[in-house]
Write a protein that binds this ligand. Structure first.
Ligand SMILES: [Zn+2]
Length: 377
């Protein structure tokens, strides 16, 4: 089964109203969101909310870490990619602010006030299992002794996933025009400018999302194979290998968490498949690394893909924590919601710690969550 779409995607920023309609309306909404951020960034007034909204700490959400020249051309993908230089600036940003770098396993104790000292804490998490986490993030975080978690989708190291969102990026980047036939309908899409490339990405993405099973196979073949892009190749470049996962798991600095097998939106599954997606990949991970896997991350993770039924299923299986993509810092009240912990998204399209500051102080979360502090449901 293929992931329904690229992991956590700019078009999926439901909380800022994106996803619907055309790329034009999507971009105008992102622009509006960006305008508020730009105005706030120009003055430091937004920091006034920090005592109420920065909380006890934050869990940061990352995906890929790769050099600038390897970043995707399409913004919907490059939002998931930060450079190693920016990752280093983020570490220094939190160090300067006096945050304590915490492994995920200590978050329940931190929320229960059982840790010594009154420092705020920050937790680094990386979703999906990209090879660049091992190549670029791991050495850098080791240098600064920063603990971190990698949430592995097991179809990545198993090489059975098809990361079509990056393959589509490759195809669009190198093409001025893409033609293909789908269900008798002929598509002739313009990719001659950056805007047209984004638009074409969005159009094909919609086609992929509405396809399923065997029809998705034939769509991928029609789309990619004439251009010499083979389905298995990209995953080999992108995914962590089992050896790399095992090596990192042996380091006390690294926690391996589970992110299902197929990266499916869990609320679209029947109960049997839901339990299978939660239980089996965890067993597979534990068998490989020889350690208990106590932490889970919901694919996509917004309220449109994970809710009370999924939280309960994860609780039944005995995970210690689980993270969503709801956007918020952590407050004492989150100790009652350890299986629905919100995170702070690190935006690869805006590599500026002032942008991060707007999130960590709680300014953007309070606007998006309408002043609600404990975001969990
Ligand atoms: Zn993911």
């Amino acid at each position: 089964m293929y992931p329904r779409h690229g992991c956590f995607n700019v078009y999926q920023y439901n909380s800022v109203g994106v996803l619907k309609n055309s790329p034009i309306s999507a971009y105008s909404k992102i622009d509006r969101f960006q305008r508020i951020k730009n105005i706030a960034m120009r003055s430091a007034v937004y920091r006034a909310v920090s005592p109420w909204y920065s909380g006890m700490g934050s869990i940061l959400m990352f995906h890929r870490v790769c050099p600038e020249e390897l970043k995707s051309a399409i913004k919907g993908n490059s939002v998931l990619e930060i450079t190693p230089q920016y990752l280093e600036r983020i570490v220094l940003y939190f160090r300067k602010k006096g945050y304590r770098f915490l492994p995920l396993d200590e978050v329940p104790d931190a929320l229960n006030g059982r840790l010594r000292g009154r420092h705020k804490f920050v937790v680094f998490t990386f979703d999906d299992g990209y090879r660049d986490n091992y190549l670029y993030a791991y050495p850098l975080l080791k240098k600064y002794h920063v603990p971190f978690t990698v949430y592995v989708t097991t179809s990545f190291p198993d090489q059975t996933a098809v990361p079509w969102w990056f393959m589509l990026d490759d195809l669009i980047s190198k093409s001025d025009r893409i033609c293909f036939i789908r269900d008798g309908e002929e598509f002739d899409l313009d990719c001659s400018s950056p805007y047209r490339k984004e638009e074409t990405f969005y159009t094909i993405r919609q086609r992929i999302l509405s396809a399923a099973g065997g029809s998705l196979d034939s769509l991928f073949r029609n789309l990619f194979e004439p251009h010499g892009i083979r389905l298995g190749d990209k995953m080999r470049d992108l995914a962590l290998s089992w050896d790399q996962i095992v090596e990192m798991a042996r380091d006390p600095l690294v926690t391996i968490g589970s992110h299902t097998r197929n990266h499916t939106a869990l609320n679209r599954l029947g109960m049997r498949d839901l339990v299978r997606e939660i239980v089996e990949p965890r067993e597979a991970l534990e068998a490989r690394i020889g350690l208990k896997v106590r932490h889970f991350c919901y694919p996509f993770g917004s309220k449109y893909e994970a809710g009370p039924r999924e939280f309960n299923a994860v609780r039944e299986v005995g995970f210690r924590t689980a993270t969503t993509t709801r956007l918020s810092n952590l407050f004492a009240g989150h100790r009652r919601h350890l299986l629905a912990l919100p995170r702070i998204w690190v935006d690869g399209n805006v590599e500026d710690t002032r942008d991060l500051d707007l999130l960590v102080t709680g300014f953007m979360p309070l606007l998006l969550n309408r002043f609600k502090r404990v975001v969990a449901d």
